[in-house]
Design a protein around this ligand. Sequence first.
Ligand code: AMP
Length: 115
Amino acid sequence: MADCIFCKIAQKEIPSQLVYEDEQVVAFKDLEPQAPVHVLIIPKKHVESIMALKAEDKDLVSHILIEVIPQLAKELQVDEKGFRVVANTGDEGGQSVKHLHFHLLGGRSMQWPPG
Ligand code: AMP
């Protein structure tokens, strides 16, 4: 989508530190990491948020959750100690970029409740 920064990252129109790519998904390091490991996993196609997902996206979401995130957690060596996956959704959910993304955070102990 025009003017979507994450679409531009997915299309390599603006640079990022890519850590994973396949036909449907890219993952890259967050520009302002909140933990030693902080990557964002996004679909290449523009979906605004969890609330915009449709039934046709089932395979895409399954792929991200069942395959991509566990594989990345292993590669980034947070699988054994643990990590957090966050999808901020909407304004009160703290979503600043309106393109669906999953934060994968790890490498330190996480606190609860989140801010
Ligand atoms: P959220 O606030 O959940 O929408 O998360 C958006 C995230 O995108 C934030 O953690 C930002 O640091 C990150 N971010 C924004 N622009 C970029 C960029 N160009 N490259 C990498 N991460 C970015």
